[in-house]
Design a protein around this ligand. Structure first.
Ligand SMILES: *[C@@H]1O[C@H](CO)[C@@H](O)[C@H](O)[C@H]1NC(C)=O
Ligand SMILES: *[C@@H]1O[C@H](CO)[C@@H](O)[C@H](O)[C@H]1NC(C)=O
Ligand SMILES: *[C@@H]1O[C@H](CO)[C@@H](O)[C@H](O)[C@H]1NC(C)=O
Length: 225
């Protein structure tokens, strides 16, 4: 009896493992595939446009300047410096990237999601109140206050945020499981889309009057959207 149960649990674990373990970006078929701009020095591998590996050099895998803070003088008081395939062409096909996030006192990295990546964040300076919300129907908020040296994970696709609750600057670095994680900032996508989403849609979705929607849209359309 115990043997059957053991076998069953082994099957369940195996089934779970095979359904959950799949990389966000396709696995590489070669050591690397440095993203190339021009056809002259390029090869196609697995449908991608790659630099001829013989022409690849250290600089294709290099970025400098992540010691410098981003400018947080903006309405939310935060700034994300991205180091993805657009900054390091050698990240092409490798399924990984990095960001530095700076927070002014009381600065916010507003609720957003990465459609293609899980994020693992480490606080390098200061304190952050972070959280993410699980999918429907629970929509459970999972939240924590992090201090220097603390690490937190934001699972792929889930809406998450980081807020600096202190009167000092904060700095975090985060690894993301895609060469191009993508970012959807919820408020910008909903109230700052181009063209605008019909007020008929937004008044019903948010159960508010049109003047509230107009007000919210104005926060984004006043800028450069
Ligand atoms: C983030 O900081 C960089 C470097 O200081 C700056 O060029 C950029 O405009 C800033 N972005 C925002 C959204 O403030
Ligand atoms: C930061 O951005 C603000 C607003 O755009 C600008 O006035 C200020 O000069 C910038 N600071 C630095 C150090 O670049
Ligand atoms: C592609 O070309 C643009 C414009 O010439 C250049 O700024 C960029 O650095 C190039 N990117 C790569 C990956 O070589």
């Amino acid at each position: 009896m115990q043997g059957v149960q053991l076998l069953l649990s082994a099957f369940v674990i195996l089934a779970l493992a095979t359904s959950f373990v799949s990389a966000t970006d396709p696995g590489s078929l070669q050591d690397f595939c440095v993203a190339a701009n021009d056809t002259k020095s390029a090869l196609f591998v697995n449908g991608k446009f790659c630099k001829d590996p013989k022409l690849a050099s250290a600089n294709d895998f290099f970025f400098t300047g992540l010691d410098k803070p981003g400018n947080t003088t903006n309405r939310v008081g935060s700034n994300v410096t991205t180091v993805n395939v657009n900054q390091i062409p050698g990240l092409n096909t490798l399924g990984i990237s990095l960001v530095r996030i700076d927070y002014a006192p009381y600065g916010l990295n507003a609720p957003h999601t990465h459609p293609r990546a899980t994020e693992i964040l480490v606080v390098a300076e200061g304190t952050l109140h972070v959280g993410f919300v699980t999918s429907n129907p629970e929509n459970r908020l999972i939240t924590k206050v992090l201090n220097k040296g603390d690490v937190f994970v934001f699972p792929v696709g889930l809406i998450h945020f980081q807020f600096n609750p202190k009167h000092d600057n904060a700095v975090a670095f985060a690894g993301l499981s895609s060469q191009n994680p993508g970012v959807i900032t919820i408020a910008n996508a909903v109230f700052g889309s181009d063209p605008r989403i019909s007020p008929d849609v937004l008044t019903k979705a948010f159960q508010v009057d049109k003047n509230v929607i107009d007000y919210l849209e104005k926060q984004f359309w006043d800028d450069n959207n």
